[in-house]
Ligand binder design. Structure first.
Ligand code: HEM
Length: 474
């Protein structure tokens, strides 16, 4: 009996030793990139999620770059991942979308954004949705409809904020953008609704890239609860609209209702709702972070603020009526502003990791990436590379002088790259530019508190960047 027990224990030890060995040395048809797979099950997850108070490349990545070089392997939330900080490698990953690599995000993302969100769809369905979004936020729509609406919203918001003793800028700009996008998508008006849709998205960015522990109190759990409530509201709204399909509101729901009425359509209600949810989140959370970061950088860099103000005041002076609305031509002429925006998104690194999955064994830079492994492209490592950007931690919009950046490049991937390049880029840039125009031509501001950047590994302003807005003497 005791011999049997010994043999059992011995076998158990052998199996677990072998399992640990396999964890640390995954199978591969070739040479894997260097790096550590961390502890069994946990991998290096805890270290990856540790908050970081610098604007520099996250310590998790920085330390491993030093130890292993620009491409290394790790394990995050139970998944083998190859992290790339190498511009050529990143470029290759983006260019091979749908062939060798495919857009893939950790389970936390798909649980929160829905299994059928645009980032997780591929092929025909993906192209169909992308076209829908481009119709809504592409250049034509921005020029013909959104420019005017964005400017109106910005003036209104600024005028309200200037009557308040302090404004939490991230919160205030997020609400401003959320309301604008929600109106455009679903004609949602917070003043007319008994439930607050925006409330469900609070604390989202913390939960999105967090440890996937779905128990009360965790950031992940809060996110999932928020999603449930928001989806319920969206589902109810869509059902009401489908009940009276001939009534037009001039929003995106009109389009969805018409599509769903067709006999031959690939769109389903679930896909449309997941898309709505993603667009609401993607539009307000990213742009409000970018705007808050811009105002913070301008506060800390008076010479940039001065130059930016000059650009906008000159445009006002050129008009017959200085208070007439912004035109598309004026918007396109704001060169320094676009440099400020580029520099902000380079330094703020709002999206700290872009994920893909290898569809087959891939040979690259002398390494093999086994099929099924995840790849994380790391934009901060590219944007803060001193060989490309001199004094990379310094906010210097002049470094963009003379460069035409409309898409992505090997050294600029704040909005991604390749086929999956962000469909909201133009919308974001327009909103930021219009807001800055209204802000610097009519107001000055005083920082009250907060503004410190903390990455978790997303970017947040934990104590809030509070400013007091003061009307300029005209
Ligand atoms: C500062 C603002 C923004 C930043 C930094 C940003 C960044 C990014 C990045 C890096 C990607 C690529 C993800 C990937 O390759 O997997 C992306 C994709 C995407 N973005 Fe943005 N974004 C911003 C604003 C917006 C806005 C305003 C919208 C909404 C209209 C939006 C909607 C999307 C969508 C739907 C995708 C998925 C596209 C696809 O899978 O092809 N983004 N964004």
């Amino acid at each position: 009996m005791s011999v049997g027990l010994y043999i059992g224990a011995f076998l158990l030890i052998c199996i677990s030793q072998y399992w640990i060995y396999r964890w640390r040395n995954p199978r591969s048809s070739g040479k894997l990139p260097p790096g550590s797979m961390g502890f069994p099950l946990l991998g290096e997850t805890l270290h990856f999620f540790a908050p970081n108070h610098s604007s520099d490349v996250p310590p998790f990545v920085r330390e491993r770059m030093k130890r292993y070089g620009p491409v290394f392997k790790t394990n995050l939330v139970g998944r083998p991942v190859v992290v790339s900080t190498d511009p050529e490698f990143n470029h290759y990953v983006f260019q091979q979308e749908g062939r060798l690599f495919q857009s893939w995000y950790p389970d936390t993302f798909t649980e929160i954004f829905g299994r059928q969100n645009v980032g997780s769809l591929h092929g025909f369905m993906y192209k169909y949705l992308k076209n829908m979004v481009l119709n809504l936020f592409g250049p034509e729509s921005l020029k013909e409809k959104l420019l005017f609406q964005i400017e109106n919203t910005a003036w209104k918001s600024l005028s309200i904020w200037s009557t308040q003793p302090t404004v939490d800028l991230k919160e205030a700009t997020a609400t401003m953008i959320f309301d604008l996008t929600a109106k455009k998508l679903i004609s949602y008006d917070p003043d007319q609704s008994s439930e607050n849709l925006r409330e469900n998205f609070v604390a989202f960015i913390q939960g999105l890239i967090s440890f996937p522990l779905d128990i009360p109190g965790t950031a992940y759990n809060k996110c999932l609860q928020g999603r449930k409530k928001a989806m319920k509201m969206l589902r109810t709204m869509l059902a009401q609209r489908r009940a009276s399909p001939d009534k037009q509101y001039g929003d995106f729901f009109d389009y969805v209702v018409q599509e769903l009425k067709k006999e031959r359509t690939i769109l389903t209600e679930e896909i449309a709702l997941d898309l709505m949810f993603v667009l609401l989140f993607a539009s307000f959370e990213t742009t409000s972070l970018a705007l808050t970061a811009t105002v913070k950088f301008l506060t800390d860099n008076p010479s940039t603020l001065h130059r930016l103000t000059e650009e906008h005041e000159a445009i006002r002076r050129m008009r017959e009526n200085p208070d007439s609305g912004l035109t598309w031509k004026e918007y396109k002429s704001m060169t320094f502003t676009s440099q400020v925006i580029n520099e902000t998104v380079r330094l703020a690194n709002i999206v700290p990791g872009i994920f893909r999955k290898a569809l087959q064994d891939i040979q690259i830079k002398g390494f093999t990436i086994p099929a099924g492994w995840a790849v994380m492209v790391c934009p901060p490592a590219v944007h803060l590379n001193p060989d490309i950007y001199k004094d990379p931690l310094v906010f210097n919009p002049w470094r963009w002088q003379g460069t035409e950046i409309n898409g992505a490049s090997k050294h600029f991937m704040a909005f991604g790259g390749g086929m999956r390049f962000c469909v909201g880029t133009d919308f974001t840039k327009l909103q930021m530019t219009v807001f800055l125009h209204c802000l610097v031509t009519k107001y000055r501001w005083k920082p009250i508190k907060g503004g410190e950047m903390v990455r978790t590994p997303g970017l947040t302003f934990p104590n809030g960047f509070h400013i007091q807005l003061l009307e300029k003497m005209q």
